[in-house]
Design a binder for this molecule. Structure first.
Ligand code: BES
Ligand code: MN
Ligand code: ZN
Length: 512
């Protein structure tokens, strides 16, 4: 019996993918903030004294309300003495941190570096339902201003594709910058960048928050075709029979327990005169039940988000193409649903991967590394300068780094390029090692390797498994198990549910 294996299926709720971009009018200005006519003025401030330089009446109100510039704290004020209807004062925590170096939002999002402006803008905008928004902060360059703009647009957007309303959009976004930065924003078309990057994040968030009965492998693949149709991106979809012809035993093995068949989607973006070729690989498990090594019910609750890597990769390629990136990109989305059934992969099974390696299955819940391995092999077969893969791969990532910081492994140069892009974008990522002694715990009695081993260093061990499939290529592996999905209350630029984390990092990496 096969349900919903239909090609060309469309999603149950409409998405804002195509129309969102044209809905916001973005301008940069060097005007006095007191004279901005807007529904909501968001001001990121270090302390009341510095606020006074920007606006006397605002500083007076802030003083009256005993506003502290604590990191991420937001104080809503009526627009007394200014033309804005409402004012959101968002603390940066900078003075406080300078005083005693205690843990602050800046530390959490920077680690260390720039990129916090996206978070401050989002905090001020979240929940306001304001159509006209102005942003002010100490934006040192176009990059800071872009970050703030993206944060505001993403925070305003509804996070649930089944509930989003038209009122969840900002119609007019004004960003206050000094004259030098305004000129830089003009020259570099920063408005277009804000729109493209925000759309990339919102598209990712939309896909991740979709129910798994709505977004299964073929539905995802059809969505990719639809999105890329108007862009210079070539899309190729391998169905189950093609996957068999191509010896993709990892993707087929993981997908065989589901009535919805697995897919491998390849995207190719080939600008003229490209100087380098980057390959991206995204984990696209549309639902991870664990398979026969079934997860407990509570652990399954968020497992619709196990395709975040694939969604992020798709959005990054789309954004890079829209921004005329000069890097050639080949991206692989490894799409499958991990389900238990009479046809499911069993612990004890031995499968043959794309690169010919035989893998003994010891835990069907370690499925991500299996689908990723085949896609990594395909990438490694090409003449690529670097491979970057991204996956909600291990619970151990959350044990090691918590739910806000992603782990990055791989060859040192690409790995460090990723963490530095991440810092610029306010997406916390931390470099982790791939100790070779761990490989021993994957030794199999019956095949080349087992798919799970020692529980210690589980995130690193998954990285060591993947390393077997990248040949001698320069490579980075990003584990976003925790940061991809926010189960708690919104914080910084992150809404509840899908966060879209890593999209900005990938685009930044592709463009540098
Ligand atoms: N998709 C999960 C990892 C995950 C867990 C992501 C929690 C987000 C939140 C992955 O497929 C998985 O189940 N990994 C196992 C591997 C283990 C069986 C070796 C894990 O981490 O428990
Ligand atoms: Mn799993
Ligand atoms: Zn998984």
């Amino acid at each position: 019996m096969r349900y919903h294996a239909c090609p060309g299926a469309s999603l149950a709720a409409p998405d804002r993918w195509s129309n969102m971009g044209i809905m916001t009018n973005i301008v940069f200005t060097s005007e006095e903030i007191s004279s901005l006519e807007t529904d909501l003025l968001v001001v990121a401030f270090d302390d009341v004294e510095k606020l006074r330089e920007l606006s006397q009446p605002l500083a007076a109100d802030a003083e009256l309300m005993q506003a502290k510039a604590e990191a991420g704290k937001c104080l809503m004020l009526p627009g007394n003495g200014v033309k804005a209807k409402r004012v959101a004062l968002v603390g940066t925590g900078l003075d406080e941190r300078a005083r005693n170096r205690k843990y602050s939002l800046e530390d959490a999002v920077e680690l260390p570096g720039t990129g916090a402006h996206r978070h401050y803008a989002a905090i001020g905008v979240r929940g306001s339902k304001a159509a006209k928004v102005a942003l002010a902060g100490n934006y040192r360059n176009a990059h800071d201003a872009i970050q703030a703009g993206v944060g505001a647009l993403v925070a305003a957007h509804g996070t649930n594709p089944y509930q989003t309303q038209d009122s969840d959009f900002i119609t007019d976004l004004t960003i206050v910058v000094n004259e030098d930065v305004a000129a830089e924003c003009e020259e570099t078309d920063a408005a277009n960048r804000i729109e493209t990057l925000a759309q990339a994040m919102i598209s990712t968030i939309d896909l991740v928050n979709r129910a798994p009965n709505d977004l299964y492998p073929q539905a995802f693949a059809s969505k990719v075709e639809e999105v890329c149709a108007q862009l210079p991106i070539e899309v190729e979809i391998w169905d189950e029979s093609r996957l068999a012809e191509e010896n993709c035993g990892g993707i087929l093995g993981v997908g065989q327990g589901s009535t919805r068949q697995p897919r491998l989607v390849t995207l190719r973006y080939n600008p003229k005169n490209a100087q380098r070729h980057v390959s991206l690989v995204g984990k696209g498990i549309t639902f991870d039940s664990g398979g026969l090594s079934l997860k407990p019910a509570a652990s399954m609750e968020t497992m619709k988000s196990d395709m975040t890597g694939a969604a992020s990769v798709l959005s990054a390629v789309v954004a890079a193409a829209k921004l005329n990136s000069q890097t050639a990109i080949t991206a692989y989305l490894a799409l499958a649903e991990n389900m238990p059934s009479g046809s499911a992969l069993r612990p004890c099974d031995v499968i043959t991967m794309r690169n010919g390696a035989r893998i003994e299955i010891t835990n069907t819940d370690a499925e991500g590394r299996l689908v990723m391995a085949d896609a990594l092999s395909l990438a490694a077969e090409t003449d690529t300068d670097a491979i970057v893969d991204i996956a909600t791969l291990t619970g151990a990532q959350m044990v090691g780094l918590g739910v806000r910081v992603a782990g990055v492994m791989g060859t040192s140069e690409v790995r460090d390029q990723i963490t530095s892009s991440a810092a610029r974008c306010g997406e916390p990522m931390w470099a982790m090692p791939l100790p070779s002694y761990l490989r021993e715990s994957l030794t199999s009695e019956v095949a080349q390797m087992k798919n799970s081993g020692s529980r210690w260093g589980g995130m690193l061990l998954a990285g060591v498994f993947l390393e077997e499939f990248v040949a001698d290529k320069a490579w980075a592996h990003i584990d976003i198990a925790g940061p991809s999905f926010n189960e708690g209350s919104p914080w910084g630029a992150n809404n509840k549910g899908a966060t879209g984390m890593a999209v900005l990092t990938l685009v930044d990496f592709l463009q540098r």
